[in-house]
Design a protein around this ligand. Structure first.
Ligand SMILES: Cc1ncc(COP(=O)(O)O)c(C=O)c1O
Length: 414
């Protein structure tokens, strides 16, 4: 196990030593790079507190992690090797200790977010089908459930491939197996031969988790070529800790790549998506023309701040695996409490027992409550059918308790 709890001092020491290994704009001769430290008028470099603030110190030093450093460790841009090594260790920790991959079997990088990581996966697979099967763009589709995140539509639009959205059953939010078969047969008739399949490791609105087998079996029955990506942007940092039986990870040979977002459940700053893919695939996204970048570029994003990787690493290390598991289970207990209160009040809702999202049937939620608690609807343009609650760290205790008490007083009076 790479992941172990570290003390605040150990974390500080490791990050400062990585910054010392990096070349620094204020102490080294760096002439050829269109980058520097953060503006000194606005971001003082000499503030005393920075000596105890490894994340801010990294942020101010401004290391660039352009490229994908797991491909050939220490062969990328050589200016920022210290913090790049933290990123390489982080990708191993997340892929092996959380997502159950074999040692050193995964490439990846810290992406700006779930959208970029999802589109990176689609980009790699589209290029793979083009390179290996001489596929025409009109023969490639991305397949996902109706409850999936809109980034798949964005990606299909950018990559000029078809988006194939499959209905789910209203109550269970599971992909409708019959509808899947019908849609695949129709797509085949229309010339689709290659599928980029997406399985949700928690949908945005419901916290529902797709069945990989349902999707993969249907594709295999239709003899369609496919690669499967998991969208764990929301669920990636909670579900593995709350469902010990999870096969939504690299132990499942059908899973080829995974998106996770540290800026959702891991409480990291925005700009901390995680892209993971089995080794042997990143080169389908290589841009040969990026010849002035040492080690080339294999990502959509290009330049990215090394501070983002450092922030994720620091959060994981301060909690350690036991601490993080405990925190995520606290959220589940709080969600259980909320659901028990809704049961008592007779309010219908959807909830996956391993996740912290509860979507209530909109017609059962009293007027004014959604606005008061800033609930999210499935459709802000039209009549909402669902109102969603996400039980997060800031809602544990007082917000959830107050919500339950408000619901009780309105519904019991009615
Ligand atoms: C399931 C899922 N995928 C992808 C995304 C996109 O993530 P981001 O906003 O970080 O780009 C989200 C965001 O809510 C999400 O819930």
């Amino acid at each position: 196990m790479i992941w172990k709890k570290l003390s605040r001092d150990e974390i500080k020491e490791r990050v400062f030593s990585a910054l010392d290994t990096n070349r620094n704009y204020d102490s080294d001769y760096i002439l050829g790079i269109p980058g520097t430290y953060l503006d000194t008028e606005q971001f003082y470099r000499d503030a005393e507190f920075l000596e105890n603030a490894p994340f801010l110190k990294t942020f101010i030093n401004n290391p660039n992690h352009i490229g994908c450093h797991t491909l050939a460790v220490d062969e990328g841009e050589d200016l920022f090797r210290g913090t790049q090594r933290i990123e390489v260790e982080l990708i191993r920790l997340i892929s092996e200790d959380i997502m159950k991959a074999e040692p050193k079997s995964i490439d990846g990088y810290i992406a700006p977010g779930g959208t970029e990581a999802n589109i990176q996966a689609m980009w790699i697979y589209r290029n793979y089908f083009r390179a290996e099967f001489k596929a025409d763009l009109s023969e490639i589709a991305v397949l996902f459930s109706d409850d999936s995140h809109y980034s798949f539509y964005k990606g299909a639009n950018l990559l000029n491939i078809k988006a194939l959205s499959i209905p789910v059953t209203e109550k269970t939010r599971e992909i409708d197996g019959q509808a899947l078969k019908t849609h695949l047969a129709k797509a085949k008739k229309e010339g689709i031969k290659y599928i980029i399949a997406i399985a949700n490791l928690s949908t945005t609105m419901f916290g529902s988790v797709d069945s990989i087998d349902l999707i993969a079996n249907a594709l295999e029955e239709e003899n369609l070529q496919y690669k499967l990506h998991l969208d764990g942007a929301f669920g990636g940092f909670i579900y593995p800790f709350t469902n010990g039986e999870s096969k939504m990870n690299f132990s499942n040979p059908r899973v080829n790549s995974i998106t996770m977002d540290a800026h959702k459940m891991l409480m990291a700053p925005y700009g901390t998506g995680v892209f993971l893919i089995r080794k042997g695939w990143m080169h389908y996204a290589a841009t040969e023309e990026a010849s002035y970048v040492q080690g080339l570029d294999y990502t959509m994003v290009g330049s990215r701040s090394g501070a983002q990787a450092v922030s994720i690493w620091m959060i994981l290390m301060i909690h350690g695996p036991q601490g993080w598991t405990k925190m995520m289970r606290t959220l589940i207990a709080e969600t259980d409490k909320l659901c028990a209160a809704l049961d008592e009040l007779g309010v219908n809702y959807y909830r996956n027992p391993h996740l912290n999202i509860v979507s209530m049937q909109a017609d059962q939620v009293p007027l004014g409550i959604p606005q008061r608690y800033r609930l999210v609807s499935d459709n802000f343009n039209d009549e909402p059918r669902w109102w969603k609650i996400v039980v997060m760290q800031h809602t544990v205790g007082k917000v959830v308790d107050r919500f339950i008490s408000d619901m009780r007083s309105v519904l019991e009076k009615a």
